[in-house]
Design a protein around this ligand. Structure first.
Ligand SMILES: Nc1ncnc2c1ncn2[C@@H]1O[C@H](COP(=O)(O)OP(=O)(O)OP(=O)(O)O)[C@@H](O)[C@H]1O
Ligand SMILES: [Mg+2]
Length: 263
């Protein structure tokens, strides 16, 4: 499907070379002594700087796919190539932000953000400057000394974002990172993610089952079907950014996506 909608985006990074290739991925789980194919014939490429949403109903295998890309689960067959090289285990080139709070509760906001830098930078000053920069980028400079229990859910996800972006991953993997936030905070986080993406130009694979979230964020939406999980559609979202939910083009797109989910 490709809705007949075109607009020139205010910000649309020039598509660069292919960074990630997913080739004929398949995942079979043994569920209650039966082999169940959860993912099948997953095949797509991602260009550097692309913002891709993986979209589909609950249970279609989105998290399984993201965990395979992160190297946390081995595929049953198929290959993942990052810059042409096969990947099979977790690495700093692919960072993940999850839905649930994964911050270290005993570390402050600043210490959580700094954690991954440990052992990486020999120049202490350079990393101090980096930490301050990322605290500021996610709007948490004033909260640097707070503990995770002293900040809101939205702020925790800001810390989670800064903590991985400071590592400069080639690919940022996000599994419904804003799903447990209230609607307004969720929109704020989507806007923050887009502004960080404009500044840092990282490549993002973002899992969601929320139609509005997918259309707000994505350059491309990969629509997954279920049983087995396959990519049924690869849709380019050529809408002007920032995207307004009340705009007629947005509503048209969302109607199309809802229809895709029902198919
Ligand atoms: N480790 C596992 N062992 C066995 N089956 C699993 C395992 N992980 C996932 N599954 C099964 O694979 C299918 C896809 O699960 P997955 O969590 O990837 O779906 P999802 O699209 O992320 O769903 P949701 O939107 O609810 O998060 C489900 O049927 C699930 O029960
Ligand atoms: Mg999931």
């Amino acid at each position: 499907m490709k809705p007949k909608l075109k607009a020139i985006s205010r910000f649309q990074p020039e598509p660069r070379e292919t960074i990630l290739e997913i080739r004929n991925l398949r995942k079979v789980f043994n569920i209650n002594n039966a082999f169940v194919t959860v993912l099948d014939e997953i095949d797509f490429s991602v260009k550097g700087g692309e913002m891709i949403c993986i979209f589909g109903r609950s249970g279609c295998g989105k998290s399984t796919l993201l965990n395979i890309l992160g190297g946390f689960i081995a595929p049953s067959s198929g290959a993942i190539l990052l810059n042409g090289k096969g990947v099979s285990k977790p690495g700093p080139d692919r960072c993940v932000v999850f839905q649930e709070d994964t911050l270290f509760p005993w570390l402050t906001v600043k210490e959580n953000i700094a954690f991954g830098l440990k052992g990486r930078t020999t120049e202490k000053k350079a990393s101090e400057e980096e930490i301050e920069r990322f605290l500021s980028l996610v709007g948490l400079s004033e909260f640097r000394d707070y503990l995770p229990r002293e900040i809101s859910g939205g702020m925790k996800q800001r810390v989670a974002l800064a903590r991985v972006l400071i590592l400069k991953p080639k690919v940022l993997l996000m599994d419904e990172p804003f799903a447990s936030l209230d609607a307004q905070t969720r929109e704020e986080m989507q806007n923050l993610l887009l502004s960080l993406w404009e500044k840092l130009s990282h490549t993002v694979l973002f899992v969601t089952h929320d139609v509005n979230e997918a259309i707000t964020l994505a350059d491309r939406i990969l629509v997954m079907g279920k049983d087995p999980g396959r990519i049924r559609d690869d849709i380019s979202v050529d809408l002007l950014r920032p995207r307004k939910r009340e705009a007629s083009e947005f509503l048209l797109f969302s109607r199309e996506l809802y229809a895709r989910l029902r198919d």
